[in-house]
Design a protein around this ligand. Structure first.
Ligand SMILES: [Zn+2]
Length: 220
């Protein structure tokens, strides 16, 4: 008898219209687009056309933001301040649950290309453990792993954060791929990277249901 009531209850639950929360519901994800505000970051070239890292970082942020918003999460766009300490403070003050700092690597070797992520604190490593492998599998470049050095962005504050260098914008193929993106191509690195970061965030929040907010902000 008890069992059949339980089964009936379960059947009713399943029959209810779906308005279920997603893993991102109520989460605030701070997205930092590296450089900007007069600072270019790395500069790649495709057929004589310069591709600025800061532009690529902004493009990935915009794509990732729209995925997060569709997935019912909230995005805080970190102000492009010159001090990395102040950028982290901006993310924390917004009550963010996590921080993703989007960068792309640079080298004088125009064929160099690999994926790397940077962390500092223990909670950064947990977050990076979801985001980094997703990027590696989406872009299929050499995996140089998660390194213990956040270039400032993961050093300050207590917010779980990861600084990503998904690929080299100085790589000729990558620079040309970004121009394709700007010309409307749909399966470029920008979209693949944003989708991978989104999948990583969903996996992170699914596994860490209580969230890992900084404990000071508007934790929900
Ligand atoms: Zn950078």
């Amino acid at each position: 008898m008890k069992n059949s009531i339980a089964i009936l209850g379960l059947a009713l639950l399943i029959a209810l219209p779906v308005s279920a929360a997603t893993p991102l519901t109520g989460k605030i994800i701070a997205l930092d687009a590296g450089h900007g505000n007069g600072e270019t970051g790395a500069v790649g070239v495709c057929n004589g056309v310069e591709v600025i890292e800061a532009d690529v970082n902004l493009a990935v942020r915009a794509e990732l933001k729209s995925l997060i918003v569709s997935g019912e999460g909230a995005v805080h766009e970190v102000e492009q301040l010159s001090s990395r300490h102040d950028r982290v403070a901006d993310a924390e003050n917004a009550g963010s649950d996590v921080l993703v700092s989007i960068h792309h690597n640079g080298s004088t070797n125009t064929s160099a290309d690999y994926t790397q992520s940077f962390v500092t604190q223990k909670n950064d490593k947990i977050l990076a453990g979801y985001i980094h492998p997703a990027i590696v599998s989406a872009l299929d470049l050499q995996d140089k792993g998660i390194k213990n050095d956040g270039y400032g962005m993961t050093v300050y504050g207590s917010l779980p954060g990861v600084l990503t260098e998904s690929y080299f914008i100085t790589n000729t193929e990558a620079a040309c791929d970004f121009l394709d993106y700007q010309n409307g191509a749909t399966n470029t690195r920008v979209q693949k990277e944003a989708q991978a970061m989104y999948d990583g965030l969903v996996a992170y929040f699914s596994a860490n249901t209580g969230g890992s907010g900084n404990g000071k902000g508007r934790n929900r």
